[in-house]
Write a protein that binds this ligand. Structure first.
Ligand SMILES: Nc1ncnc2c1ncn2[C@@H]1O[C@H](COP(=O)(O)OP(=O)(O)OP(=O)(O)O)[C@@H](O)[C@H]1O
Ligand SMILES: Nc1ccn([C@@H]2O[C@H](COP(=O)(O)O)[C@@H](O)[C@H]2O)c(=O)n1
Ligand SMILES: [Mg+2]
Length: 202
């Protein structure tokens, strides 16, 4: 049977568009402004913003079999098993139709980093790191008022400890391979964005 001329032919080993994506990881302590700055980047550049935390919260709401486990991990400020988070990220990348992504709050630990590398087989173009002192992070989180179950002082202390013990080693890894772009995030958000914008413009 002949193939109709307008039918796209998928070569068996051809990888989907998202597999060749440009990815920027966005890291920083809780409240450092990752979500705030990603929202500004998407207004100026053709990136899709994917927040790992938002995808996990949506998974809880969806009634997923993993919902209860994810919720208890988030309330404890710990890190969800990487297979779950990476699967959600890859699905969101595939569904977006875009090939440029800001992946916010990921990789949170070495396991996140390695599982993403093995499954998605994508290396980040660079890693944005929002550097901010703990006292400022605490002020911002305690004033956020978005009804997040983990925005309370007890969980915040745990999230900050996990950030120092599990995320900072990932930050140092990217620094060691020359991919880290450190931004002073303790300034007003418009000033922070000036520095962020320069990185995307260059
Ligand atoms: N540069 C800034 N100066 C003052 N407040 C800020 C700044 N950037 C963000 N905020 C405020 O701080 C709070 C936390 O910001 P945001 O949600 O962007 O942080 P985040 O890094 O995504 O946090 P999380 O890891 O908890 O998701 C928000 O209420 C936001 O409006
Ligand atoms: N890679 C990740 C990202 C997030 N989590 C969990 O979600 C919580 C909220 O994340 P935010 O980025 O929205 O602050 C976070 O404290 C973790 O419990 C995760 O497990 N893995
Ligand atoms: Mg956020």
């Amino acid at each position: 049977m002949e193939t109709p001329v307008d039918t796209p032919i998928m070569v068996e080993h051809e990888s989907p568009r998202w597999k060749k994506s440009t990815v920027v990881f966005v890291l920083g302590g809780p409240g450092s402004g990752k979500g705030t700055q990603c929202a500004k980047v998407v207004q100026h550049f053709e990136y899709t913003h994917l927040s790992a935390g938002d995808l996990l919260r949506a998974e809880i709401k969806s009634g997923s079999e993993f919902g209860a486990m994810i919720q208890s991990v988030i309330v404890e400020g710990r890190i969800v098993p990487s297979e779950i988070t990476v699967k959600l990220l890859c699905k969101a990348m595939e569904e977006s139709g875009n090939d440029k992504f800001l992946i916010d709050g990921f990789p949170r630990n070495e396991e996140n980093r390695i599982v993403f590398e093995n499954v998605a087989k994508i290396e980040p173009a660079f890693v944005l790191f929002f550097d901010c002192p703990e006292e400022e992070l605490e002020k911002r989180i305690m004033n956020r008022n978005q009804g997040r179950e983990d925005d309370n002082i007890e969980t915040l202390k745990k999230r900050f400890k996990v950030f120092v013990e599990s995320t900072l080693p990932v930050v140092r890894y990217y620094e060691s391979i020359g991919k880290l772009r450190k931004i002073n995030a303790a300034k007003p958000s418009e000033e922070v964005f000036e520095a962020v914008k320069d990185l995307f413009s260059s």
